[in-house]
Design a protein around this ligand. Structure first.
Ligand SMILES: [Zn+2]
Length: 197
């Protein structure tokens, strides 16, 4: 996935650490942008908000718990681990024309909606369950692919005014939840996250 290595390089030009990419064909990823071990998994990738300090650290953490959530303990606001580096990584992904949309926890989007002076770039951020430690990138279909079906386009606007449902009792109670309209098809590795939130 050229997008992933480009994202890693753009991060390297801004700051410290390595971008970690989840391998959606495995229960846990832990791969990084400058590694040849990046797994190609169609058009989807989970990218961790937390950076790895080194390649060795990534190898060491393969049997460790997943990187931490970016949310506060109440699950409704950005937490202490969220910072400018996380926002810059997310924005670099959203600004990439190869990226069709990004699924991210609604609390992350809401936090950005309230802090960004120009929220136009938030349009590609689509609220979804889980995804408070990684964000989920879905690429556009490659131009040369005839088998790939492009998804319906994202509604106009930054989507900031449509976040309320995600903080309702219905959304937060799996038993009461009817799936939100236009439910995306998510890779199997993401599905356990649906049960957490
Ligand atoms: Zn995901």
């Amino acid at each position: 996935m050229h997008f992933v290595s480009d994202l890693g390089q753009s991060h390297a030009s801004r700051g410290e650490g390595l971008v970690m990419v989840g391998d959606l064909s495995q229960p846990r990823g832990g791969l990084m942008s400058n590694s040849r071990r990046i797994h190609q998994n169609g058009l989807d990738a989970d990218i961790w908000f937390q950076f790895a300090v080194s390649a060795a650290a990534i190898r060491d953490t393969e049997n460790q718990p997943d990187p931490p959530s970016m949310l506060a303990a109440n699950g409704e606001e950005l937490g202490p681990l969220w910072g400018d580096d996380q926002k810059a990584l997310l924005k670099a992904a959203a600004d990439d024309p190869r990226v069709d949309r990004i699924f991210v926890n609604p609390a992350i989007k809401r936090g950005l909606c309230s802090s960004e002076p120009d929220p136009a770039w938030l349009r590609k951020l689509r609220p979804w369950f889980g995804h408070d430690a990684p964000f989920h990138v879905r690429l556009r279909c490659p131009h040369d692919s005839t088998a790939c079906e492009q998804q319906a386009s994202i509604p106009a606007g930054d989507g900031c005014a449509e976040l309320d449902w995600w903080f309702s009792v219905e959304a937060r109670t799996p038993a009461k939840r009817s799936a939100p309209r236009a439910e995306p098809v998510m890779p199997a590795a993401c599905r356990p996250l649906l049960l957490i939130n």
